[in-house]
Design a binder for this molecule. Structure first.
Ligand SMILES: [Zn+2]
Length: 349
């Protein structure tokens, strides 16, 4: 029995065949196509094991593939086209990056420049200039430097003190468990974990790896024709924030970013795709002058209000998230019929 991921990849591969891709073009034209990555790191660099993301060679291949099937445009253009009807030609797509990693140093900005792809980077404001190591990067760096066993053992020692019976069995489970932490204490807990795992001083670690952009890099990024958005101040689960914390994590940093970069509005991407309660979203977007609030549940139907839009996770593989998954979930009956009729033939070849 093939795994779900294998089926998605097979469907995605089929979707890219010339005949099918023509048929599917209208499908993507009826979507607000936005994809996201985390960091892009030089191939075989140490950073790949320490921070979320993919290597530069994979990223370059992905971008070449996207250019064959889509017309890469700015996020702003996707938002403007979102209200309009079906577009002509290749469907537009926006490429975005979360967590504010250094995309120039890694070579990703040059790949984008060579292929003429405008992109948006979503920064964690506290991390700009490598002044702060984001708590989830503390967890990934511990796993990269100390191994999964030590991470799980020390994570469980911490989490058992906070809530008995809340151990995890694998590092993958720690995100769901951390979601239950009081958000104002997540950095304190991540620091305790860092110390318990005998990690180097955070300042020294940041100085050695410099994973994030600084303000000069952001100015350069804009000169290259790209956009800058907000990914909160310290990367909390937004659904767990109270009113004071929403102000500190979203509204206030959005104002700082606007003023520092002389912007009238900024796009916003939720960490973990964890949305505010729906009834709060428009009010918070208005307070922060946010042009959109982006989750991560895949490609949204065109016309979705900008405060409820989602993105597809491209770093999981384009076959899966961009070409496969949307087709299986879209409810586009015509495409489903085509897929059903031809699936066994395609997967055999
Ligand atoms: Zn993030």
């Amino acid at each position: 029995m093939p795994s779900r991921a294998a089926i998605l990849r097979a469907v995605g591969a089929c979707a890219r065949s010339p005949v099918i891709s023509r048929l599917l073009r209208s499908f993507y034209r009826r979507r607000a196509n936005i994809v996201y990555y985390h960091g892009i790191w030089p191939t075989r660099s140490a950073a790949l094991a320490l921070f979320y993301g993919i290597d530069l060679d994979t990223f370059r291949d992905d971008m070449k593939t996207l250019c064959r099937y889509f017309r890469p445009v700015s996020l702003d253009e996707v938002l403007r086209a979102n209200d309009a009807g079906e577009t002509e030609g290749k469907p537009p797509i926006a490429v975005t990056f979360d967590d504010g990693s250094d995309l120039a140093g890694s070579g990703a900005a040059d790949v984008l420049g060579d292929l003429g792809i405008p992109a948006t980077t979503f920064v964690v404001l506290a991390c700009v200039g490598n002044r702060h190591l984001m708590w989830q990067h503390k967890c990934s760096a511990i796993q990269g430097m100390r191994g999964d066993d030590i991470f799980v053992r020390q994570f469980n020692r911490l989490t058992e003190k906070l809530a008995p019976g809340s151990s995890v069995r694998s590092p993958k489970e720690h995100v769901a468990r951390a979601r239950l932490w009081p958000m104002e204490r997540k950095d304190e807990y991540a620091d305790a974990l860092w110390k318990a795992c005998d990690m180097p001083l955070v300042g020294e670690f940041l100085e050695e790896h410099k994973p994030y952009v600084n303000w000069d890099d952001l100015e350069d990024w804009r000169r290259r024709g790209h956009e800058i958005g907000l990914h909160t101040r310290t990367h909390p689960f937004c659904s767990r924030l109270n009113a004071r914390e929403i102000e500190a994590e979203i509204v206030e940093p959005a104002r700082e970013l606007r003023e520092r970069l002389h912007l009238t509005s900024v796009p916003f991407a939720y960490p973990f795709g964890d949305r505010l309660p729906r009834e709060q979203e428009e009010g918070v977007a208005a307070m922060g002058r946010l042009s959109c609030l982006l989750g991560i549940r895949g490609l949204s139907p065109r016309g979705t209000p900008p405060y409820h839009l989602d993105r597809a996770r491209a770093e999981a593989g384009l076959h899966d998230s961009v070409f496969g998954r949307p087709l299986l979930h879209a409810g586009a009956e015509r495409h489903r019929r085509i897929l059903r009729r031809n699936f066994s033939r395609w997967t055999r070849s």
